[in-house]
Design a binder for this molecule. Sequence first.
Ligand SMILES: [Zn+2]
Ligand SMILES: [Zn+2]
Length: 278
Amino acid sequence: METTDLSTVRWIHGALDCDRSTDPPLQVVAADEDTFVIRQSKCVDFEAPFVYLLLGTETALLHDTGATADADLFPIRRTVEDLIAGRSLRIVVTHSHGHGDHWAGDAQFTDVPPGSVAPIGDAEVAAFFEIEDWPTGDSTMDLGDRPIDVIPTPGHLGDHIVLFDRTRGFLLSGDVLLPGRLTVRDWSAFRESMSRLARFARETAARGRPIRHILGGHIEMSTTGELYELGTIYQPDEAPLPLTVADLFALEAMLDEAGEGPRSIPANRFVVEPMDGA
Ligand SMILES: [Zn+2]
Ligand SMILES: [Zn+2]
């Protein structure tokens, strides 16, 4: 199978003057023939989230739908249909978490069969994935020869989940681990989530299925480790999207050392930022 090295991809990254930008509303990169990483343009929405399309033999899983509902501005549905054209797959939509920049595009999927779009909210997400003991339990969905582990990771938001694609070794980490701000609303929940995620990483490696890439929901940092200003529409020198399992273990250790009290933790590839009142 032909694969693309995601650490060297040059993503669309906005413009100083979006009126003169010729960037498309979204960029599709095929990591392999059944795995697509899609980036929304900063000229459509400054959040410029990444969304992921994973194809099994039965199901096309779209994880997150982007920051924009309007199909004319951000044609995520049409893009997905084009990418799966010629294959007989049912579409399932899931979300990393309930922040609007990760599910606004759901508006383009209102006509899919009932039960095909995951809900928002921790109790609802737990029920959708049949996770009984949220957040310490987990579950697995199968796209057809492509099992995906679903791991609850509250802390950034209460309904946050991380997906692990066993066949590729991709950990889709949403907003809990990305090259940028790791915004923490619930400090103790976040510490526990990252500790569980690190344990998952060790266990899956022990089973011979190590995490190869950690792929998050945004890039907010430059190659030299500086954070871009919040809300910027131009990031000319972006850090690579993928993080590694070493970054996850570093985060676990930093949170362990930080203890119970929320505090900012700057690191080379991300910055932990507790929200006020966390
Ligand atoms: Zn978020
Ligand atoms: Zn986000």
